[in-house]
Design a protein around this ligand. Structure first.
Ligand code: IPM
Ligand code: MG
Length: 361
């Protein structure tokens, strides 16, 4: 199979981790007889430096022309980077949001799994972590507060800012369908997270999710308020299978869920539209403080590449080979600095990439 992949290495540790993911992908392609054609494009800070804007028409066109996009991370240190002296719509993050919107990537899947090999890194008490957990956050990605009308202005000499949280029923329905479809292939439970005790948008969310649930009698639906969900994620994470939620809640809860695994450097993500096309990126940020030092953990990007093979190319066997290589490499004791523990072998980003590639069998 010929796979056309547009790469957005991005900023900070982005270029290093994408390089390692490509290494692993190429190895998998060799092994299973595929041809991968990569093309690098700029976005975020790197695009600001080259073109003055975080996202160009060319980058959007290159992304659309590919079968899938593999991304590292974008953005810099807001306190020191000149990118954050630009107006908000010209900053690195605006590029990512505009790309999500123009590619119609409404479904963001963020699995949070406690790896046996890394159980020591889990910050929860042992009696909680013992049960393990394996959940996937299905986050709506092109609506809500992120894309509602916003403005900052003065009223009677007082500065004021407004953001608006809007959803229509179609936006809710299509992400709910994604969530239920995914639950069907897993443990058949959807926890829909909202703030229906306060927000109108959440009350609509809840009623549309209930309508969708009628088509999935084999899947259990429960509703949970977002504040309670934040609590339950540290109290009893094993209860979750699929967490279905809107954009902003999903942003916050997915960081929490990843932290609970003890290793944000391990968590992959996929952003999908209603075709096979997707953008795949680690759940973590660009870590500018460790950029270029060869100490970043490439595993989240490598696992995102595995998600790409599975969701955009239906190459389950190849995706599994990558996932297995991650487990094997960890079980042999290799660790990057962020997941290092006593008695393990510490390796850098590039060495970890080599090891993962070598472990593809
Ligand atoms: C994420 C990030 C982005 C978001 C930022 C970089 C705009 O935090 O992918 O979770 O808020 O969606
Ligand atoms: Mg986030």
């Amino acid at each position: 199979m010929e796979l056309h992949i547009t790469c957005i290495p991005g900023d900070g540790i982005g270029p290093e981790i994408v390089k390692e993911a490509r290494k692993v992908l190429e190895r998998a392609a060799d092994k299973y007889g595929h041809k991968m054609i990569f093309k690098d494009v700029l976005m975020g800070g790197a695009s600001i430096d080259a073109h003055g804007v975080p996202l160009t028409k060319e980058t959007v066109a290159e992304a659309k022309a590919a079968d899938a996009v593999l991304m590292g991370s974008i953005g810099g240190d807001a306190a020191t980077s000149p990118w954050y002296r630009l107006s908000p719509e010209l900053r690195p993050e605006a590029g990512l949001l505009a790309l999500r919107k123009s590619l119609k990537l409404f479904a963001n899947l963020r699995p949070a799994v406690l790896y046996d090999e890394l159980a020591d890194a889990c910050p929860l008490r042992e009696e909680i972590s013992r049960a393990g957990f394996d959940m996937i956050i299905v986050r709506e990605l092109t609506g809500g507060l992120y894309f509602g009308e916003r403005k900052t202005f003065q009223e009677n000499g007082v500065r004021k800012a407004i953001d608006t949280l809007t959803y229509d029923e179609n936006e809710i329905r299509r992400i709910a369908v994604k969530g239920f479809d995914i639950a069907r292939k897993r443990r058949k439970k959807v926890t829909s997270v909202d703030k229906a005790n306060v927000l109108d948008s959440s009350r609509l969310w809840r009623s549309v999710v209930e309508e969708v649930a009628k088509g999935y009698p084999d899947v259990t639906l429960e509703h949970m308020l977002v504040d309670n969900c934040a609590m339950q994620l540290v109290k009893n994470p094993a209860q979750f299978d699929v967490i279905l939620t809107e954009n902003m809640f999903g942003d916050i809860l997915s960081d929490e869920a990843s932290m609970v695994t003890g290793s944000i450097g391990m968590l992959a993500s996929a952003s999908l539209n209603d075709t096979k096309f997707g953008l795949y990126e680690p759940s973590h940020g660009s870590a500018p403080d460790i950029a270029g030092m060869d100490i970043a953990n490439p595993i989240a990007t490598v696992l995102s590449a595995a998600m790409m093979l599975r969701y955009s190319f239906d190459l389950d066997r190849e995706a599994q080979a990558i996932e297995k290589a991650v487990k094997l490499t960890l079980s042999e004791g290799y660790r990057t600095a962020d997941i290092m523990s006593e008695g393990m072998t510490k390796v850098g980003c590039s060495r970890m990439g080599d090891l993962l590639a070598e472990h593809i069998v």
